[in-house]
Design a protein around this ligand. Structure first.
Ligand code: HIF
Length: 371
């Protein structure tokens, strides 16, 4: 599909979703031909391959040589050697808010430019990357979490739950090459923050200072949730990270975004009719649609009875099968502003798991590209 045409469809889908953001009832009533038309099946994924474990390329100025920060926590500061007529002087570069805003803008620009992916945006897969980088956290041992970006390395990159995230990591490689001072761990989380904001979600406050670690800090397989399981499993996984029931349900609204791919998880299809726009539609559809088992060769999943184009995982259905979870689903289905407020707070908590910020670390709120 020509890129300008698909961009128009993406905008159409964005507009179609706007009433839902204002709290109108949705479910199938928000289904419009334009938003449905915005779907494209079977994305080929990223074409070019970058290897995120490679040393980054040098900065835009040829006089700058990058020195890898490796596993050393330097609180966001990066060090360069400036070559000045043969004399080599180390210089500290301490990035500030404006520097991170420049990285945000670059990611947002790339999201607009690369609308050939999936339903017209890399946004959802970037959110999934940020979540899988963070969701390995174990509060008992303090291991895992967003500090480290260890998914660059095997075995973590090969864990079944991370299938397909190479697309997100590759998408961010040119950004890392342009801004070599940012750690992968900060960049991946910034990718999630930027995507949520640019997909019309709430502001997501951000703190920088994550340090990359090597493969020795890769977490064991099995820390991320298994979509085939129910409420007990979902609780075990998220309690291990330190979340309560209300927070788990607030996070779940992120499944308004993106889709399942048979090539990654075996499951298939999107959860909502506007998978590149964050709304509370996930909750509305969970409650408002009739769900039945899909009859197919793949793993057990639900489809909506009416259109058979949407899906729910067994783990998603746990949010209405479990009484306590369901009460919170009802709250968010009825009030998009409340969902946005609680979602913002809980995704910040997720994205900061395992990061030893100093008391002096500032919290920043980035401007959207069109602000
Ligand atoms: Fe997901 N999730 N997630 N998820 N997820 C998938 C895709 C996305 C679970 C399973 C899956 C959360 C919780 C859970 C996103 C964001 C979040 C896929 C499909 C599966 C199977 C992967 C593929 O095939 O490409 C389970 C069992 C969870 C516990 C309930 C979070 C709350 C909802 C923490 C969260 O933020 C996003 C975004 C995607 C879409 C990725 C894409 O490529 O489109």
């Amino acid at each position: 599909m020509a890129s300008s045409a698909s961009r128009q469809l993406f905008r159409a889908a964005t507009r179609a979703a706007a009433p839902a953001r204002r709290g109108f009832t949705s479910s199938s009533s928000s289904v419009t031909a334009s938003s449905r038309a915005a779907f494209r099946q079977g994305a080929a994924g990223a074409g070019r391959r970058y290897y995120s474990s490679e040393a980054p390329k040098s900065g835009s100025s040829s006089s700058l040589l990058w020195i890898g920060l490796g596993a050393v926590g330097l609180g966001g500061a990066a060090y360069y050697i400036t070559q000045n007529g043969g004399a080599v002087e180390p210089k500290a570069f301490k990035p500030e808010f404006k520097d991170y805003q420049a990285v945000y803008n670059e990611i947002a620009k790339r999201l607009q430019e690369h609308d050939e992916y999936d339903d017209g945006s890399y946004g959802p897969v970037l959110v999934r990357l940020a979540w899988h980088a963070s969701g390995t956290y174990d509060k008992e041992t303090g291991t895992g979490g967003s500090n480290g970006a260890t998914m660059r390395f095997a075995p973590e990159s090969q864990h079944g739950a991370n299938a397909g995230l190479i697309n997100a990591r590759n998408f961010l490689e040119p950004v890392k090459a342009k801004f070599p001072w940012i750690s992968y761990s900060d960049l991946w989380i910034l990718g999630g923050v930027c995507s949520i904001q640019e997909m019309l979600g709430p502001k997501i406050p951000y703190r920088a200072g994550r340090a990359d670690r090597d493969f020795n800090s890769c977490t064991p397989d099995g820390r991320l949730p298994d979509a085939a399981q129910g409420a007990d499993h979902v609780r075990n996984i998220f309690y291990r990270m330190g979340f309560n029931d209300q927070e788990i349900v607030a996070l779940a609204g992120a499944h308004a975004l993106g889709r399942c791919h048979t090539s990654n998880s075996g499951f298939d299809g999107p959860w909502t009719f506007s998978p590149t726009v964050l709304t509370n539609d996930y909750y509305k559809l969970l409650l408002g649609s009739k769900w039945q088992w899909r009859k197919w060769d793949g793993p057990k999943q639900y489809e909506d009875k009416e259109t058979k184009t949407l899906m729910m995982l067994p783990a998603d259905m746990a949010f209405i099968q479990d009484k306590t979870f369901k009460q919170t689903v009802e709250k968010y289905a009825a009030d998009n502003d409340l969902f946005f407020k609680d979602f913002s707070a809980v995704i910040v908590k997720l994205f900061e798991l395992g990061v030893p910020f100093s008391d002096k670390t500032e919290t920043w709120v980035f401007k959207n590209l069109d602000e």
